[in-house]
Design a protein around this ligand. Structure first.
Ligand code: SF4
Length: 402
């Protein structure tokens, strides 16, 4: 083992072997500098939400005790893991980057605990290429997954860019205000050759597919049987959605798109700075359904500022979505105000409803009075009623509004 390592986190979730973060975009560059080390996150998808704790299997059995460890963090639990290692291994220098660090990371400190980042951690908002002084996306993409017995689908990321071109939604903890933007402009789709026995699920990573991606990248995607599907996030924006009509239907059928509705009323969409109207969202739903595209859409409940008009518009929206939505799925969430998201400035933090991972603050649920609890409950009942009518599978993450 060299004394420079690149740590790759992975998780096994349902039927997939998920390796969403890591160094595959810069495989040969990293391979020149050190060794790759796989580490399993137990738990779910890395404690992205309160109540989920991701643990790494290798707490003390860290591969080096002197040298440099490069780590890409997606979730706060990843960074908490680095924090534990940094205290255990003072002779290892931890260079930490990834989506979590690109954001306004200082917002997740808890200063009142006299907490400070260990001296052997260096935070970097640079890409791996920038860190080593070479051009972004100039290196070979390659993924060499660890050997596993069961033939899970391999779920991995192919980066298109690292930001959201919209970047305004107030509840979004991911990409608002991020400055270091990078874009892949040449698509060679090297992942076609990945050596793996099972099927591939490819996440085309961007927080929002752009017209450029739809025109220049999607038409050239491989349709080999080995690829089960491509996943991507898209805004329900008429320009992007209408451009999908120009794509070969065989490619569209390979897609699983995820989009956000959040709360479909004029006031709430404006409040969230969603940049969408209920009419535009409905048109997008009809287009996606007519194209035969599988899609997931997110909705959020647990708002502290609903009124009767919002409920009325929600019901109208649910009535008017296409009748048979068997290719779609609703991802229903409870509003959580992530540290670093703009919504934290709008809502009052209740100290009893703050959630942390190690010494880092993840965020909080806003307080709801009885009137708001009732309105959110009413909204929930409408959503459930129409999911049954319209044949929409709904996840069960949202069990109550309190
Ligand atoms: S469109 Fe999505 S990624 Fe972009 S700011 Fe809104 S919630 Fe965040």
């Amino acid at each position: 083992m060299k004394n420079t390592v690149f740590i790759q986190f992975y998780s096994i979730i349902n039927s997939s072997f998920s390796v969403l973060n890591g160094f595959s975009d810069t495989y040969d560059l990293c391979k020149n500098k050190g060794d790759f080390v796989w580490m399993e996150n137990s738990g779910t998808d890395g404690a992205a939400l309160p109540g989920e704790t991701a643990k790494c299997s290798y707490i003390e059995d860290f591969p080096i005790d002197t040298g440099i460890a490069y780590i890409s963090c997606v979730y706060l639990s990843h960074f908490n893991q680095v924090y534990i290692w940094a205290n255990l291994f003072p002779n290892v220098k931890f260079i930490v980057g990834g989506p979590l660090i690109d954001l306004n990371f200082s917002s997740i400190y808890i200063p009142q605990n006299n907490f400070s980042i260990p001296f052997n951690i260096t935070l970097s908002d640079k890409t791996v290429e920038e860190w080593f002084g070479v051009k972004n996306f100039s290196y070979e993409w390659k993924l060499v997954p660890p050997k596993i017995e069961k033939p899970y689908d391999l779920y991995f990321s192919y980066s298109l860019n690292n930001y959201c071109y919209w970047g305004k939604c107030i509840y979004c903890y991911q990409y608002c205000g991020q400055k270091n933007h990078i874009d892949r402009e040449i698509f060679s789709f090297d992942f076609k050759n990945v050596e793996y026995d099972g099927k591939l699920q490819v996440r085309l990573t961007t927080s929002s597919l752009t017209p450029f991606h739809i025109l220049k990248m999607i038409p050239n995607l491989s349709l080999t049987d080995k690829i089960k599907y491509y996943k991507g996030f898209i805004r329900c924006n008429s320009e992007e959605i209408n451009l999908l009509k120009t794509i070969d239907p065989q490619i569209i059928k390979k897609f699983l798109l995820t989009t956000g509705v959040e709360f479909p009323s004029t006031k709430m969409l404006k409040y969230m700075k969603k940049g969408a109207t209920t009419k535009g969202l409905l048109q997008s739903f009809h287009t996606l359904r007519d194209l035969g595209c599988r899609f997931e859409f997110g909705m959020i409940l647990g708002w502290p500022n609903l009124d009767k008009q919002d409920i009325k518009e929600l019901e109208l929206f649910m009535q008017n979505i296409p009748d048979d939505m068997k290719h779609s799925k609703l991802l229903l969430y409870k509003l959580f105000c992530f540290s670093g998201s703009p919504i934290q400035n709008y809502l009052i933090k209740n100290p009893d409803k703050v959630y942390s991972v190690g010494p880092f603050e993840l965020g909080f649920y806003p307080e709801l009075d009885q009137e708001q609890l009732d309105l959110n409950e009413e909204a929930l009942n409408i959503i459930i009623k129409y999911c049954k009518i319209k044949n929409i599978y709904c996840n069960d993450r949202y069990s109550n509004v309190g």
